[in-house]
Design a protein around this ligand. Structure first.
Ligand code: ADP
Length: 160
């Protein structure tokens, strides 16, 4: 079974993330969306909340599983028996960082490949931080997040 991991902060999940997850689910037997427990950041949603939002919007994909992880991505990939890490590329600016990460990961653990999927044109400028900024000023985020979780996200972000 070919298992892929889609790692990220998903704080919160956007239509850009969901696009990558759904395309990865068509390419691999199983996709594990792994929420990174990153202590340095100041998140708007707890890891549990982010996982719950992800579960809601991926329920139609039988081969997608939601999990969280701490520490090195390669250790997590090894533990899960994954053959690939799937990442979305939005712009050239994503590339340099992602390229460096994949080189390091390859050195640490040669059996996992990093696979890049280009963003879909509609989501090129979309990130969780853009969603947070717009929502905190009362802007309309309905084109940026899945409809099923829109209200939850708005409620949380309105007053921060
Ligand atoms: P963000 O930058 O939105 O906080 P994350 O750290 O949660 O993103 O990213 C998880 C993964 O999703 C990364 O591989 C990232 O490149 C990808 N991703 C995020 N937004 C998009 C998008 N709009 N289009 C394609 N890929 C995306």
């Amino acid at each position: 079974m070919k298992i892929a991991i889609c790692p990220g902060s998903f704080d919160p999940v956007t239509l850009g993330h969901l696009d990558i997850i759904s395309r990865a689910s068509g390419l691999f037997d199983k996709v594990i969306v792994a929420v990174l427990c990153n202590m340095d950041k100041n998140p708007s949603f707890t890891v549990e909340e982010r996982m719950e939002l992800l579960r809601q919007v991926t329920s139609q994909y039988d081969n997608v599983e939601i999990d969280s992880f701490q520490g090195l991505l390669v250790d997590y990939a090894k533990e899960k028996g994954a053959v690939a890490v799937v990442k979305g590329l939005r712009a050239v600016s994503d590339f340099e960082y992602e390229f460096q990460m994949s080189m390091i990961n390859k050195k640490l653990y040669a059996d996992v490949e990093t696979v890049y999927l280009n963003t879909s044109q509609d989501y090129m400028y979309l990130s969780s931080s853009v969603v947070k900024q717009i929502a905190s000023f009362g802007g309309d985020i309905s084109n940026f997040v899945p409809e099923a979780i829109h209200d939850k996200i708005v409620d949380r972000l309105r007053n921060i």
